[in-house]
Design a binder for this molecule. Sequence first.
Ligand SMILES: [Ca+2]
Ligand SMILES: [Ca+2]
Ligand SMILES: [Ca+2]
Length: 147
Amino acid sequence: MKPILLALILLSSSLHAAIPGAEALGKLITSQFDTNSDALIDQGEWQSGIGNSFEKLDTNQDGTIKGKEIDGLSEDIAKESGSIAGTLVVVLIKQLIMSLDSDSDKAVSRAEYDKPTQSIFTKLDADKNASLTLAELSELPSHLVTP
Ligand SMILES: [Ca+2]
Ligand SMILES: [Ca+2]
Ligand SMILES: [Ca+2]
């Protein structure tokens, strides 16, 4: 293989799959949030999808999400994404959710969780057309891990 071609392949794979599981996470979000099934997540779907997810993630319904509760989702997510992708997705979700813990008490309250919803949408919407494609959603981990 010519070195230039190899470099291009390496470059494109690092652009599209910077973080393992990111695309599987994007697919999972699309399948959960896309209520009108147009393969795009608009602002309304994002807001209500994020809101509904809090209730799913807060499995013991004490009003906060803890790391343990996210671990408990592994099985459900493995069903949606396949076992290997599912494991990666759970790790990503945990990192993402826990990065919202602004007072560092190891629990994410509803206020901590809701606050960045709109700013995350704006960051992800690279082409500023007020809806998120799978490619844009797949950038979620890279945005939050390196804000
Ligand atoms: Ca939609
Ligand atoms: Ca907290
Ligand atoms: Ca967009």
